[in-house]
Ligand binder design. Structure first.
Ligand SMILES: Cc1cc2nc3c(=O)[nH]c(=O)nc-3n(C[C@H](O)[C@H](O)[C@H](O)COP(=O)(O)OP(=O)(O)OC[C@H]3O[C@@H](n4cnc5c(N)ncnc54)[C@H](O)[C@@H]3O)c2cc1C
Length: 494
């Protein structure tokens, strides 16, 4: 039995802690804020409640597995999972709208046919077949296995089988997601639909590899789920599972240093001066803070460096008078009418004048004071440090009004949550939110491995392999537990 100190109580760290405790280790979590969950927070006011981090759960199998492997009660007995159906509703630049059903490729293709025509439906259906091939190739190395020591194979090989495209007497294949859209989908609405999956993670489709095709594939194949009461409930269930497995928690306990002895991680030091001895340390925090704790670079030559970049989010919480109309989609993406301007603004570190927004309208009485009110969350990508959050929030509300009739008339109050709020809650510099790892592009979209140059120090959560997003962070917990329990020969989660 080893003593294991876990830094941070984000989703990845909680997943690792529960699994390590079940494997017989003595696990203690040191969290600098007063609560668990990291980005999975809830804001409550006047009887309204809002998720301020992720509002939907993709790929719930990752968390089902966690709950099966760490106790008797399965996930469904600890939280109420509800399929979001439709999975998403889209309002395009030209005003066309489409509702995509949950976890049904055939259903998605017929919805696209009805809204955008037979040619568009055929193109989207063919694209999904190719995206599935990319998923089949990338799933194990990019989600279920520790980062390969020969990661260059992943970096150099594009798993998406792009269609050869004749251009100026040359035959080319799409290398970026934007090229997949332009050359294979053609319809501007399909292109917006495709690109929105990268943009949701703050990735610019013009530089994101074609392998990002797995993102819409995952959503169409495995569906999108809501946790009744809000996604914060998932964090609560993970925390309680950890407590049931005798994981200890210290809140208000900022880790300032990782202790080293005889060339190994040997514990942590807290801001109040306490020194904690441990045999292993698992860090669920971003690379900047972790390097400061260690005072050294943790990745060597020839290894995937820790990614530090990542766009943040601005989130506007809207308290509305009037009931949520029946059959309102849970999630609507309102696409910008000026794609190029939006991407140029974001890549230049500014806030777009007309952002693409995601509008979440959960059908959940737990989030409202009574049936005569509605709680709506609007999110847009925002670069860290950009000025003008209030004006940007106004533009986000204007965009959201394209999907919510009478929005301004119904508005009781709103609150704006900025990248600074995200930084306060997660500790990530600039409030950056990590994206999932992607293959190809010379490895620029991979995340650093879960092992480090300091023996006994492991990394978990969105800033290490396999990257950000709830399913990926949950998988990082499974991978770290596997590496600790089975050692470096661990070949991945089954
Ligand atoms: C606004 C927002 C929207 C998002 N939307 C989506 C989405 O739609 N879909 C999706 O899949 N994902 C989304 N994500 C990302 C997702 O929430 C995260 O990738 C996921 O929760 C994994 O988090 P993590 O394990 O990396 O830990 P984090 O949530 O980053 O938490 C890190 C924890 O470590 C603690 N910590 C930091 N430094 C220290 C220290 N020195 N000592 C002790 N503790 C420390 C922090 O206080 C925090 O509790 C969103 C995130 C945000 C912020």
């Amino acid at each position: 039995m080893a003593r294991i100190a876990v830094i941070g109580a984000g989703a990845g760290a909680l997943a690792a802690a529960a699994r390590l405790a079940v494997a017989g280790h003595r696990v203690a979590v040191y969290e600098r804020t007063e609560t668990y969950g990291g980005a999975l927070r809830r804001r409550e006011r006047d009887g309204f409640a809002f998720d301020t981090g992720p509002g939907l759960l993709p790929l719930p199998a990752v968390y089902r597995d966690l709950f099966v492997k760490t106790g008797r009660e399965p996930l469904e007995e600890c939280v109420e999972l509800v399929q979001a159906d439709p999975s998403s509703h889209h309002v395009f630049a030209d005003g066309t709208e489409v509702s995509l059903p949950n976890a049904s490729r055939a259903g998605v293709v017929s919805a696209v046919e009805e809204a955008l025509g037979a040619d568009a439906a055929r193109r989207w259906g063919d694209f999904l077949v190719r995206a599935r091939e990319a998923w089949d190739r990338a799933r194990r190395p990019l989600l279920e296995e520790p980062l390969w020591p020969n990661w260059e194979v992943l970096a150099g090989r594009e798993p998406y089988p792009a269609v050869p495209h004749r251009r100026l007497l040359r035959v080319r294949q799409a290398a970026t997601l934007a090229e997949v859209g332009e050359w294979e989908l053609r319809d501007p609405r399909l292109r917006a639909l495709l690109e929105s999956h990268a943009l949701a993670f703050g990735l610019d489709p013009r530089t994101t590899p074609a392998s990002a095709a797995v993102l819409p594939y995952m959503e169409h194949a495995f569906g999108t789920w809501y946790v009744r009461g809000g996604l914060r409930e998932l964090a609560r269930a993970m925390y309680e599972r950890c407590l049931a497995r005798r994981v200890e928690f210290r809140f208000g306990a900022e880790v300032t240093a990782v202790r080293e002895k005889d060339g190994r991680a040997a514990g942590v030091e807290l801001a109040d001066g306490t020194a904690v001895e441990a045999d292993l340390v698992v860090a669920g925090v971003g690379p900047g803070p972790l390097e400061r704790m260690c005072g050294t670079r943790l990745r060597g030559e020839g290894e995937v460096p820790a990614r530090r970049d990542g766009a943040s989010r601005t989130t506007v919480l809207l308290a509305l008078r009037g009931a949520r109309p029946e059959s309102t989609p849970h999630r609507t993406v309102v696409h910008t009418r000026d794609r190029a301007a939006e991407l140029d603004a974001l890549s230049g570190g500014g806030l777009p004048s007309e952002p693409t927004v995601t509008v979440l309208r959960p059908d959940d009485p737990a989030l409202v004071p009574d049936a005569g009110h509605e709680a709506v969350t609007v999110t847009a990508v925002a670069p860290p440090g950009a000025d003008g959050a209030e004006e940007f929030a106004e533009r986000m509300i204007t965009a959201a009004a394209r999907a919510v009739p009478d929005l301004r008339d119904r508005l009781l109050w709103h609150e704006v949550r900025t990248p600074e709020d995200v930084e306060r809650e997660t500790g990530a510099e600039g409030g950056a939110v990590p994206a999932p790892a992607l293959a190809a592009a010379d490895g620029r979209f991979l995340h650093a491995s879960n092992t480090t140059r300091l023996p006994g120090l492991f990394t978990v959560g969105g800033w290490s392999h396999p990257g950000g997003g709830l399913p990926h962070a949950g998988m990082s917990g499974a991978l770290v537990a596997g590496l600790v329990v089975e050692g470096p020969d661990f070949r991945g989660s089954q």
